[in-house]
Design a protein around this ligand. Structure first.
Ligand code: GRF
Length: 194
């Protein structure tokens, strides 16, 4: 069965495209019903539209107005799970309480280390030997929600921010699909138990 997914992005959208691909080729049993961006310059939206996916841009500076439109869209599309993938806005407590354990986010570090912006740069500055990526449930904090799964990347002496970010992104793509697959299975098992 899988989920009726919405994916929220603000930029490049490589994780989003990867999830769309995994749904389209049936690696996942979920369906991406809509991709929502808060950035009017998301050229990746045109790309995903060509794959038959509905898209929407929501531009609202005030978070309550943004969330009102977001809620409406999620409701209209009968969304039951939301993936944040490079989505650069903080959602409010009021909004999130209706979506507990239904919104996940990917972050390019081994949380709880290096929360927030510039996680790859911060890891290099601290000269860590290993970093990676994390998928976590979204709560009202920044990258503070319950951790679901992580993947590790070794930091080499020759790595700069660009090289390291690229290696992490490769792991992000693997991790996002793995986590959605696991959650799909959990949903199926919950249904059987009911
Ligand atoms: C990724 O590094 C993700 O971890 C972070 O933002 C970046 C988004 O990349 N939250 P993309 O838009 O999926 O290519």
């Amino acid at each position: 069965m899988g989920f009726n997914l919405a994916i929220l992005i603000s930029g490049r959208g490589s994780n989003m495209l990867n999830i769309v691909e995994a749904c389209n080729n049936k690696t996942l049993s979920s369906k991406v019903k809509i991709v929502i961006s808060n950035n009017k310059n998301s050229s990746v939206l045109t790309k995903v539209e060509k794959k038959g996916i509905k898209t929407k841009i929501i531009l609202e500076n005030q978070i309550n107005k943004f969330e009102k439109k977001l809620s409406q869209t999620l409701h209209e599309e009968k969304i039951n799970f939301v993936c944040l993938a490079g989505f650069m806005r903080i959602l409010s407590k009021g909004f999130l309480c209706n979506w507990e354990k239904k919104i996940i986010n990917i972050h390019p570090s081994i949380l709880p280390a290096f929360k927030g912006l510039n996680a790859v740069k911060k890891a290099l500055e601290k000269k860590v030997k290993y970093t990676g990526c994390t998928i976590h449930y979204v709560d009202k904090g920044v990258d503070t929600g319950e951790i679901i799964d992580q993947r590790i990347v070794k930091v080499l002496k020759t790595d700069n921010e660009e090289k390291l970010a690229k290696k992490i992104l490769k792991e992000e793509h693997i991790l996002y699909i793995k986590v959605i697959k696991t959650l799909e299975k959990e949903k199926e098992n919950d249904k059987i138990r009911q």
